[in-house]
Design a protein around this ligand. Sequence first.
Ligand SMILES: [Zn+2]
Length: 68
Amino acid sequence: MGSPKINYFENAETPKHQEFIEDHSHCALCGTVLELQHVVDQVSCEIKEEARCPDCEIRTRAKIHTLN
Ligand SMILES: [Zn+2]
């Protein structure tokens, strides 16, 4: 449906990298697994990455990746 492929986890093939991601995929407050979201802005070609805790309803991360 025209949505770009964003393979956040695809670079994490080694167990070490997976561990790293798991470490950073849990809420710092309650330990719940975070929901990662990628929002693509087609106009500015930016990908906004957000991690949200479904329990605390907080957003713990917002990163902007710019596509070329
Ligand atoms: Zn939480």
